[in-house]
Design a protein around this ligand. Structure first.
Ligand code: G3P
Ligand code: CA
Length: 241
């Protein structure tokens, strides 16, 4: 029987390739992932770019905040070398570049707006405009730890799926989601339990835990009724299906 349980490559196939790069997303697709997850921030000249941290040091050879770089300077940084010399010469992609490539695939997308530390005021509009341009709204989920941003997105576009990101258990998250206007829950996998699954399934709320790198846990979460998981190793997770 075909499974409706989905595997999303977290920051692409970030266990095997430099995270949030086109190479990583292409590796997740080759691995057979149903979807990819990626993080967006804004440059100084307001270009949405795909990078996890507010600062560039951990994943590139540069120094400073993403928000202080002009796009043309940011893409000169090497985002492959810190993972392995094998990937030297890889750039931070713009969201436009990733969406243009994704539109030629059938991948599902989860775009996480990294606007919890810096508000990046126009980020919601810029992301929605690009998704509309590439006709990707119907296969994209927008998520954020900044729930004000999720509320804003849900008010701007009630068709696109929005997800609240949570690190911990909270009381009655199904009621909280309703208050925010979000449709689904993305939650740290160890906070998933039967009580959560029983109550979300009853209300048709998709639950997608992150970041699940142990194949045994992938199977457990599938059995519990989760809709999908995020993993750094999509090839290994696909083997569990
Ligand atoms: O979207 C799930 C996960 O990506 C959230 O945490 O820190 O990996 O972006 P983080
Ligand atoms: Ca993320």
């Amino acid at each position: 029987m075909a499974s409706s349980f989905q595997i999303y490559g977290h920051r692409g196939s970030s266990g095997t390739h430099p995270e949030n790069t086109l190479l990583s997303f292409q590796a997740a697709q080759r691995a057979g992932a149903h979807g990819i997850e990626l993080d967006v921030q804004l440059t100084k000249d307001l270009v949405p770019v795909v990078i996890h941290d507010e600062r560039v040091e951990r994943t590139t050879n540069g120094i400073g905040f993403v928000k202080d770089f002009l796009y043309e300077d940011l893409i000169r940084l090497d985002a492959g070398q810190t993972f392995s010399n094998r990937f030297q010469g890889t750039s931070i992609p713009s969201l436009k570049t990733v969406l243009e490539w994704a539109s030629s695939t059938s991948l599902l997308l989860n775009i996480e707006l990294k606007n919890g530390v810096f508000p990046y005021n126009s980020l919601e509009d810029r992301v929605l405009d690009l998704l509309t341009h590439y006709k990707l709204c119907d296969r994209t989920i927008l998520s954020s730890f900044n729930h004000y941003s999720i509320q804003k997105l849900a008010q701007k576009n009630d068709k696109i799926e929005t997800a609240v990101l949570l690190m911990e258990k909270i009381i009655e998250p199904w009621n909280y989601l309703q208050r925010v206007g979000a449709k689904s829950l993305h939650i740290e996998w160890q906070a998933v339990d039967e009580h959560l699954m029983e109550n979300t399934q009853k209300r048709d709320i998709p639950v997608r835990p992150f970041t699940v790198n142990d194949p045994l846990q992938v199977s457990n979460l599938q059995k519990l009724g989760c809709s999908a998981i995020f993993t750094d190793y999509p090839a290994a997770a696909i083997q569990t299906l």
